[in-house]
Design a protein around this ligand. Structure first.
Ligand code: SAH
Ligand code: SF4
Ligand code: F3S
Length: 452
């Protein structure tokens, strides 16, 4: 019987991508995925350290898995519990100390070694030896080489990591410490993976990086390519009809990249470009290297090239020193720029980051009030955006069956979730196709329409 792997993913899209790669490497060792830890021989928690809550959740999940592991042990069955990802990178030694039930801890740059680590853990255990493993090396060098071997599953959308890590050191953020310094994959390696995805039927590819628009990969002839050149080349691959990229930093939104939104039709009219705050004083304290004026100029330039661009962003409220006036400037910026959708968070103090030690930390209840206000505004804007497409015909990539019979789920060019009534049409014929959908209704979270 095949061995079973249960993997739980927390955090960002890059973690989702990493989990998929872990499933791939373990499949080569004969493991198949299961959706419950009770059935699993190997449990992997792929963790996120970005905010306090995310990190705490890991310890409560470890407690839950411990009970399952104990029960299995009583029945004579072994389970290997592995903690990977960004909490593992940041607090590896502490996890080993706090949670003896954890067999191995590994960081985001070492998960290609998972098969070796699992094998070692099992063989040490069989010999009755102490079997715990900690591998949080941060060098990225061989990871991607090891990961590209397995054929990909057939599905219409896929992530493709092209860049990892961050050298920006925003004062609130753990990513430079958990993912290491900025690293761009070579152009040829990206192209090879991309061609494999296209051959497997992928229609929409999302290029991933913590600072994806800072991409600077080396080409075969030794030249350095930026994201604009890479997107232009990827767009020529047969089968790719949609290209997205995330997450971008305003600092690296060059004119060439902005122009790609006008010249490459496969480059979708949607951009996640986090501003974080609307006060220049706060942006400076955050070490964001952009201010509201440069950010607004970038947005204006983008909208000149791509008038229907749907904009998404991230916001932090209650950064140390943020006054009511500073917060009001964030509200003002949102009103002026207008977002199709956005994520917003209360500032979470992260150990080891400069902002954790700053004076004038904002009280929790003030953060909560500000977040409620901001989210109400962003929700209205998202609703307005979704209503603005009612009556239009949008091209929708059909990804999945819908919630009810006779419907399918897809995404518009603007990343909206679309519920499509397909009538008597055969879903299997529609899956992976881009179809015209007449939009009939727009709600707060999704839009609905019929095949046009
Ligand atoms: N590389 C991306 C974002 C990575 S983290 C960028 O630079 O935009 C995703 C989002 O989490 C950030 O944009 C920020 O809004 C939020 N975030 C990061 N650290 C945080 C913290 N300490 N407290 C609250 N939110 C945080
Ligand atoms: Fe974090 Fe800033 Fe780097 Fe984004 S740019 S990952 S917010 S340090
Ligand atoms: Fe979280 Fe690490 Fe992503 S901290 S947001 S999983 S890069």
């Amino acid at each position: 019987m095949k061995k079973k792997l249960f993997i739980k993913t927390y955090g960002c899209q890059m973690n989702v991508y990493d989990s998929e790669r872990m499933i791939d490497v373990m499949a080569m060792e004969g493991y198949e995925e299961t959706d419950s830890p009770e059935n699993a021989d190997l449990v992997v928690l792929n963790t996120c350290h970005i905010r306090e809550k995310a990190a705490e959740k890991v310890y409560s999940d470890i407690g839950r898995i411990r009970k399952i592991k104990d029960t299995k042990k009583k029945n004579g069955e072994e389970m290997v519990l592995a903690v990977g990802g960004c909490v593992a990178q940041a607090e590896g030694a502490e996890i080993m100390k706090r949670a003896p039930v954890v067999d191995m801890v590994f960081g985001p740059q070492t998960y290609h070694n998972l098969p070796k680590m699992v094998e070692k853990s099992i063989s040490l255990k069989a010999k009755g030896e102490k079997s715990r493993i900690l591998d949080t090396d941060l060098s990225v060098d061989e990871k991607f080489d090891q990961l590209s071997k397995k054929a990909v599953k057939k599905k219409p959308t896929a992530f493709l990591t092209i860049q990892e890590g961050c050298d920006k050191f925003c004062t609130y953020c753990v990513v430079p410490y958990t993912r290491g310094s900025e690293f761009s994959r070579k152009v040829d390696d990206v192209m090879k993976d991309a061609i494999k995805l296209a051959e497997a039927g992928v229609v929409e590819v999302t290029l991933l990086g913590q600072n994806v628009n800072a991409y600077h990969g080396t080409s075969a002839d030794g030249e350095e390519w930026g994201l604009p050149e890479l997107i232009t080349k990827l767009a020529k691959i047969d089968g790719f009809e949609r290209i997205r990229y995330t997450t971008s930093h305003p600092h690296d939104m060059t004119d060439d990249l902005i122009n790609v939104h006008g010249t490459v039709k496969e480059c979708m009219p949607y951009l996640h470009l986090p501003v974080q705050a609307g006060s220049d004083k706060v942006l400076k304290a955050m070490n964001r290297s952009h201010n509201t004026a440069t950010y607004k100029k970038t947005i204006a330039d983008l909208r000149k090239i791509c008038p229907d661009l749907a904009l998404s962003g991230d916001f932090i409220v209650g950064f140390p020193g943020e006054t009511d006036e500073d917060f009001e400037q964030t509200m003002e910026l949102v009103r002026e720029v207008t977002y199709a959708q956005a994520y917003s968070f209360k500032f979470s103090s992260r150990p080891g980051t400069p902002a954790a030690d700053m004076d004038s930390q904002v009280a929790e209840d003030v953060k909560s009030q500000r977040l409620t206000k901001l989210q109400a505004l962003l929700k209205t804007q998202q609703m307005d955006f979704n209503k603005s497409v009612v009556g239009k015909t949008l091209s929708v990539l059909i990804e999945n069956t819908g919630k009810t019979p006779g419907t399918a789920f897809g995404r518009s060019p603007y990343m909206q979730a679309v519920q499509v009534s397909i009538g008597d049409a055969d879903f299997d014929q529609l899956k992976g196709k881009i179809v015209d959908v007449l939009i009939k209704e727009g709600g707060p979270f999704n839009i609905q329409g019929v095949l046009a």
